[in-house]
Design a protein around this ligand. Structure first.
Ligand code: F6P
Length: 331
């Protein structure tokens, strides 16, 4: 059977996430096993605009499955959001003879891919795009899981466990800010896993007295002398929360902003395995002529979704985990 694509591009865009390399490897190796050529586009859409590419062979992706970051580099391109920028990107696609592109990143990455594919179609150029969700924020509506989330949780947990040691020795209160942009998935998962005294997330409006002061007070009354407050960056600054704790409770908290450390590190087994399955499915989709798709996960299975529909999907926030957290920390 004739393949629907002969040569595909692959790029990573937006914030990097552990598991991106494993996904790049899976795409390249699957493509080559199907007789499809593979071109790596460096620095995301910025590289597509500027013709920044590298031919990828099976050996080009050796020894990267265990590495954090992305061998293709990543960037956020303002120019690509304009029709003129996308026109330059399409010129690169035509020059390289690309008939498909796998984009690894978040919602913005997929929106850009869809706009590119549509603009190509206006000129009679068939450019099929497939997206693979990767962000430590886990905030993509169509996919229950996004690459990098598990590793980022583990990294944050490891850091907070270390903080706990010193907070315990000094009988202090720690206020830790974790990433997640506008979403609280990372903060909630981490907070639950470290046994935080309190967790503040953007999805749940908080009352300072009830959600911060009271849990600390209850912990103190039950004999605890160190406290861990986890703040999602989407809620605001950990420094402000710490200042309020000091003002209202008379204790002197220490603030730690975990920052970009959460985006690095060797990907977990979950991220490597999911990335491999998603990369494989992305190429299968292109080979079968199914373009403008997102390879997502739902209930643990890898699924192939129409990209436009996928971009309109929302997923339920796991509020039930907050109930667990409350039950375990307020006693
Ligand atoms: O989307 C991933 C993420 O790490 C967010 O959690 C964070 O808000 C943002 O990217 C940071 O972006 P930058 O790398 O541009 O500082």
């Amino acid at each position: 059977m004739e393949k629907a694509v002969k040569r595909i591009g692959i790029l990573t865009s937006g914030g990097d996430a552990p598991g991106m390399n494993a996904a790049v490897r899976a795409v390249v190796r699957t493509a080559i096993s199907q007789g499809v050529e593979c071109v790596g586009i460096r620095r995301g859409y910025h590289g597509l605009i500027n013709g920044d590419f590298v031919k990828l062979e099976a050996s080009s992706v050796s020894h990267i499955i265990h590495k954090g970051g992305t061998m293709l580099y990543t960037a956020r391109s303002q120019e690509f959001t304009t029709p003129e920028g996308r026109e330059k990107a399409l010129a690169t696609c035509r020059l390289l003879g690309l008939d498909g592109i796998v984009t690894i990143g978040g919602d913005g990455t997929f929106r850009g891919a869809l706009a590119l594919s549509r603009q190509a179609a206006e000129h009679g150029h068939q450019l099929q795009v497939v997206g693979i969700p990767a962000t430590i924020d886990n905030d993509i509506g169509c996919s229950h899981y996004t690459l990098g989330f598990d590793t980022a949780c583990n990294t944050a947990i490891e850091c907070i466990d270390k903080l706990r040691d010193t907070m315990q020795s000094h009988e202090r209160c720690s206020v830790v800010e974790v990433m997640g942009r506008h979403a609280g998935y990372l903060a909630l998962c981490v907070g639950l896993a470290v046994g935080a005294t309190a967790v503040l997330i953007p999805e749940r409006e908080f009352d300072f007295e009830n959600d911060v002061v009271e849990p600390i007070r209850k912990a103190r009354l039950s004999g605890v002398t160190h406290f861990m407050v986890v703040v999602a960056e989407g809620v605001g600054s950990a420094v402000e929360i710490a200042d309020r704790i000091e003002k209202e409770m008379g204790i002197d908290p220490r603030v730690t902003v975990l920052g970009h450390i959460q985006r690095g590190g060797t990907p977990s087994s979950r991220d490597r395995e999911t990335a491999s399955r998603m990369g494989y499915a992305a190429v299968e989709s292109l080979v079968e002529g199914l373009g403008n798709r997102v390879i997502a996960t739902q209930e643990g299975s890898v699924v192939n979704l129409d990209m436009e529909e996928a971009l309109a999907m929302t997923k339920e926030f796991p509020y039930d985990r907050y109930d667990v957290l409350e039950a375990l920390s307020r006693h």
